[in-house]
Design a protein around this ligand. Structure first.
Ligand code: MSP
Length: 526
């Protein structure tokens, strides 16, 4: 049978920004989703990339004394290296300065222009001559001054192209209405609906005040507005307006298309992008998952506040998996998440060092001590009956919950389901008291039963952790002697692997951290 397809995208990152742990969330979370989908048997394509055009880049390059292309080449290569360091499993890395993207966007623009979904008009707004920028009324400083340099702005009229949003207002509302899971979570969906209901204005989609962008072929003094250029990446990567084989396979005929975005760019994806697709006569196809922000205790992360935390700093200090785990576990489905070192260390100690790390090391130690490292499956014993039943029930309930949550991008809840099992497995040791069973030769079978249950539980939990913890799970499987055939969802049911040969001495997966010591070492403030 042909595999089902799944196409997952992150937003393409601004080349004018930098990646900190806050915005790295979109990529890490999508990576978890992409890994999950691959494990679930989907033919998965995971795309991320760079948003490289616009006035900001043009200015930054000028300041740096280089051509914009050279400027973005450098940033794109650093960003793509960073994703490798974070073991992001993206299949593609698109850049909006790539020729194939530029030519596809130009064709798209000309098509919309030819069919009058884009028209030439004029834009009127407050303009700062020094900064060569338009500002909306809400952006302006007191007395209609420029929010960047403080100079008085003036009203300027500029020739501009517009995309007809108004025309598609009803069609979009109907689409949202007919597809209740198009925008998730529901709170975001409602936000979008009420925004559209206030009435859409046609969108200004070209600029003449800078050059670094995609030129309008039929009127080259205009460059295409960066958001139109950027949103199109999702289909130009698949070959839209070029070789359309993948576009057909993963979009037109695809089974699932998932865009993951932060809440700040919800409208672009929930309004402009579907309208562009409708105007192009293409199916909307995608589901949109909008997540919250990772905040610091003092609010947003920003250079001026001096509270920016970089993913590689956390990785170098505490390892990659704790970082990936923390971000996915801390971000609720509908709200913002929080990053402080204090909370990071607390969560690390509770879930990784204590719950998971201890379970692995205790289980391996007991299998070595009592059975020389090898265990076979035995029928459930009467003595352990209640604890076994409870453990098996908790496993099957939480595996089901995990799949449900992963399929609806509720990563926090999916991780919580995993740790429900881990938590109970630790309790199971207290309930079955293997050290007491070991004292009585007649209870060897009961002891075997108990330790087999622990190893199976660990194997199941490790299968589930794979999308989040990309290094630790390999180590645990190695320690337990679980080969590839038993690391998959098809074999997740309790009892699927019937014999084990574990490593002689368990590796310490997560060394407990002491907050005061960490403060001393790094002088952590956030
Ligand atoms: N270039 C646009 C996207 C164009 S997509 C057609 C952009 N880039 S960005 O670099 O600013 O943002 C990348 C992602 O990071 C977005 O999903 C954004 O919402 C997200 N985040 C930015 N700051 C964030 C946090 N502090 N926390 C979580 N995600 C945040 O927007």
């Amino acid at each position: 049978m042909e595999k089902k397809t799944c196409y997952i995208t992150t937003p393409i990152y601004y080349a004018s920004g930098e990646v900190h742990i806050g915005n790295s969330y979109s990529t890490i979370a999508c990576d978890a989703l992409a890994r999950y989908k691959r494990l679930a048997g989907y033919d998965t394509v995971y795309l991320t990339g760079m948003d490289e055009h616009g006035q900001k880049i043009e200015e930054a390059a000028k300041k740096a004394g280089v051509e914009p292309q050279e400027f973005v080449d450098n940033i794109a290569s650093k960003t793509s290296d960073l994703w490798k360091e974070l073991k992001i499993s993206n299949d593609g890395f698109i850049r909006t300065s790539y020729d194939y993207h530029v030519s596809a966007v130009q064709k798209m623009f000309e098509k919309l222009l030819a069919q009058d979904d884009i028209y030439l008009g004029s834009y009127e707004g407050n303009y700062c001559v020094a900064c060569e920028s338009f500002f909306t009324k809400t952006q302006l400083g007191e007395g209609e001054t420029c929010p960047d340099c403080g100079a008085k702005t003036r009203i300027v009229k500029e020739e501009s192209y517009f995309l007809r949003l108004k025309k598609y207002e009803k069609q979009l509302l109907d689409y949202i209405d007919a597809h209740p899971d198009f925008i998730m979570p529901l709170t975001r969906r409602n936000e979008v609906i009420s925004f559209i209901k206030q009435g859409l204005e046609d969108l200004c989609v070209s600029r003449t005040s800078y050059k670094w962008g995609v030129q309008v072929p039929s009127n080259p003094k205009h460059v295409i507005y960066v958001w139109i250029d950027a949103l199109a990446n999702y289909i130009t990567y698949l070959g839209y307006n070029n070789d359309e084989t993948n576009f057909k396979k993963y979009w037109l005929d695809g089974d699932e298309v998932i865009h993951v975005v932060g809440k700040d760019i919800l409208r672009f994806h929930a309004i402009y992008w579907p309208i562009m697709l409708m105007a192009l006569g293409l199916p909307i196809k995608f589901k949109l998952y909008a997540h919250g922000w990772i905040m610091m205790s003092g609010g947003k992360m920003s250079k001026s506040k001096g509270n920016v935390v970089y993913p590689l700093t956390v990785k170098e200090r505490y390892g990659l998996d704790p970082l990936r785990f923390y971000l996915c576990k801390e971000m609720p489905t509908t709200e913002d998440g929080l990053f402080t070192y204090e909370r990071f260390i607390e969560q690390y100690n509770v879930y990784l060092a204590n719950d998971l790390g201890n379970l692995v090391s205790r289980s391996i130690a007991m299998v070595n001590k009592y059975f020389g490292g090898s265990i076979e499956k035995v029928p459930n014993t009467d003595l352990n009956k209640d604890a076994n039943n409870e453990l098996e029930r908790i496993i099957s309930e939480n595996v089901a919950k995990y799949h449900e949550c992963m399929q609806s991008f509720q990563l926090q809840n999916a991780i919580n389901a995993i740790f429900e099992i881990v938590g109970f497995a630790n309790k199971y040791i207290d309930l079955t008291t293997p050290w007491a069973l070991a004292k009585d030769e007649n209870l060897k079978n009961e002891l075997n039963d108990c330790l087999y249950h622990l190893l199976e539980t660990l194997r199941i939990v490790t299968i589930m952790l794979q999308p989040f913890m990309v290094e630790t799970t390999i180590t645990i499987f190695d320690e337990l002697g679980v080969d590839k055939d038993y690391q998959v969802f098809e074999k997740i049911a309790y009892g699927a692997k019937t014999s084990y040969k574990v490593i002689e001495k368990a590796i310490v997966l997560f060394k407990r951290l002491d907050l005061a010591e960490e403060y001393k070492k790094y002088g952590i403030s956030e």
